[in-house]
Design a protein around this ligand. Structure first.
Ligand code: SAH
Length: 346
């Protein structure tokens, strides 16, 4: 770690060009360094062997690279790997690699802690300490790509921003990280295989729609009944479902990409016919599909996952109404790596 020197990865290509011209070097050097940083994921300035030794030394005088490191690895019996990733300043975030027979998905954090207050989520109990930088988001992906190659002999195929934090509250870094990892020469992951999951911030959904990033969008809905959703996710009082819906309709009009609603069904909370009816009605207002996600308990049972019968009722009503629905099985529960369980126990 080097705190007094600036991390060179905080510079844009333009800023790199300005730096090189300020030291009397040709602008193409900027491109070379940029490629080392973002396509070859160099973690030291000294490994940039296409630069002269003296230029590398000059860079080392002026800049540092502060890569994130895997601090603790936990392996689930289902193959899921939870990484506690240590950042240059000692903060830790969690990143989860989830293998299936066909693909490997990386679940990435966007913030240290979270400023939202979803009552059922472990991360919400932490305070939000800071946003991650572009480099810290990309580092998580590069680390898990290596893990996927090592353990499963294949590169990462999918990325979901469903780790710690609210990605749309770290908008500039998340969108820039997406650009970096989808660049042809970099990891080259297609944006269609990247999902940004949000708890629903209408203005930011609209902004993302205008961005032409071609990522997929998921909304953590959990209830289509306003008052109920506000109890589950108190911050959402500021963001009424009507506003969210408008933003989602705008999203679809711009991207033609269907929205995924993430939805947990709890005993005694959203397990009645009126809940299902409200969800069906909501889904009909914008092209969408539903992922019913298994609740991962985070404490001694304030919330309980609804029975299989209720889940099946949801599925059959949604399907009867022509809505695509899947029950998403939870992964990595034995190591607290599942959705909503990321809370830095390390
Ligand atoms: N802030 C973003 C991304 C992080 S949460 C968002 O809200 O979408 C990723 C997903 O995990 C969300 O759908 C969230 O609602 C869900 N989740 C949170 N706690 C959970 C829990 N205990 N069990 C199952 N899913 C949970």
């Amino acid at each position: 770690m080097n705190e007094d020197k600036k991390d060179i990865r905080a510079l844009s290509l333009n800023e790199l060009e300005a730096y090189f011209s300020s030291i009397g070097e040709k602008p193409f050097r900027a491109k070379q360094v940029y490629e080392w940083l973002w396509n070859k994921n160099a973690h030291s300035l000294s490994e940039m062997t296409s630069l002269s030794k003296s230029l590398r030394e000059k860079l080392e005088e002026d800049f540092a690279i502060n890569p994130s490191e895997i601090h603790i690895i936990q392996k689930s019996k289902d193959g899921t790997i939870k990484n506690a990733v240590k950042l240059y300043d000692g903060n830790v975030v969690e990143s989860v690699m989830i293998p299936t027979s066909k693909r490997t998905t990386a679940c990435v954090s966007s913030q240290v802690g979270c400023s939202l207050d979803c009552t059922f989520c472990a991360t919400a109990r932490l305070v939000r300490i800071r946003n991650l930088t572009v480099a810290e988001i990309v580092d998580q992906i590069v680390l898990m790509d290596k893990q996927s190659r090592e353990y499963h002999q294949k590169p990462l195929s999918n990325i979901v921003f469903m780790g710690m934090g609210e990605p749309l509250l770290n908008y500039p870094a998340v969108t820039e990280a997406v650009r970096k990892i989808t660049e042809d020469k970099g990891l080259g992951i297609s944006p269609r295989r990247i999902t940004v999951s949000t708890s629903g911030i209408p203005k930011m959904i609209t902004k993302l729609a205008d961005e032409d990033l071609r990522v997929k969008l998921a909304l953590s809905l959990h209830s289509a009944i306003e008052e109920k959703r506000n109890l589950l996710m108190p911050f959402s009082r500021k963001f009424p479902l009507t506003e969210i819906l408008k933003a989602l309709q705008y999203w679809y009009s711009k991207t033609k990409s269907r929205i995924t609603f993430e939805y947990i069904v709890w005993n005694g909370i959203n397990d009645k016919k009126e809940d299902i009816d409200a969800l069906v009605k909501f889904c009909k207002k914008v092209p969408s599909k539903v992922n019913l996600i298994q609740y991962n308990s985070i404490d001694k049972g304030d919330y309980l996952q609804a029975s299989a019968d209720i889940m099946n009722e949801y599925v059959s009503f949604l399907e009867k109404n022509g809505i695509v629905v899947k029950i998403r099985k939870s992964r990595g529960q034995d190591i607290d790596a599942a959705c909503g369980q990321l809370a830095n126990k390390s």
